[in-house]
Write a protein that binds this ligand. Structure first.
Ligand code: KMT
Ligand code: NI
Length: 175
């Protein structure tokens, strides 16, 4: 299963785990209260996986593509990694399925603390529209991920502060 924890506040290499000492784990139920959902799948059979098919049908994930994040594979690698690690939000859900390698997704909890979600092969996660988050590779410097989307994809990211959107106001009204 996936592992998540509250982050320390050190400015050290973003690819390091940044666990607190002692570690402060975050459970899947706690992630659910933030609107973050998780499935475990068999990434070896992603091209024909009936479980993935079912999730896509039920959730309406009609669009998909695959991104390989590695310095020799991704054009403008350094620039893109820098963008991904800027705290941002989207107006739609962000859905990612790790097909190979590993990566971290960091999300803000309701008290604005960073939670780091460690994703590896077979982990599928959905981040709700309007949640502040960021992405980084870990020290292995490689991942291959499926990007899913409801309808035509919109990749636009709004860097923090992006508090003027209805979506953000709705989230803030809740707490
Ligand atoms: C995003 O919007 O945070 C991303 O697309 C992260 C990289 S995709 C594995
Ligand atoms: Ni994003």
């Amino acid at each position: 299963s996936l592992e998540a924890w509250y982050m320390d506040s050190s400015d050290e290499d973003q690819r390091k785990p940044h666990k607190l000492n002692p570690n402060q784990p975050v459970t899947l139920d706690e992630l659910k209260t933030l609107g973050v959902y998780y499935w475990k799948l068999n990434a070896d059979i992603y091209e024909t996986d009936p479980d993935l098919e079912q999730i896509r049908k039920e959730q309406g994930y009609s669009y998909m593509d695959i991104i390989t994040i590695h310095k020799d594979k991704l054009p403008n690698y350094e620039e893109k990694l820098k963008m991904f690690f800027e705290e941002h939000l989207h107006l739609d859900d962000e859905i990612r399925y790790i097909l190979d390698g590993r990566a971290y997704f960091d999300v803000r909890d309701k008290e604005d603390r960073w939670i780091r979600i460690s994703m590896s092969k077979g982990d599928l996660i959905t981040l709700p529209a309007g949640i502040y988050h960021r992405f980084t590779l870990d020290e292995t410097n490689y991942t291959k991920a499926m990007r899913l989307f409801v309808g035509e994809p919109v990749w636009k990211a709004y860097n923090r502060p992006a508090d003027d959107f209805d979506i953000q106001r709705h989230r803030n009204a809740g707490h």
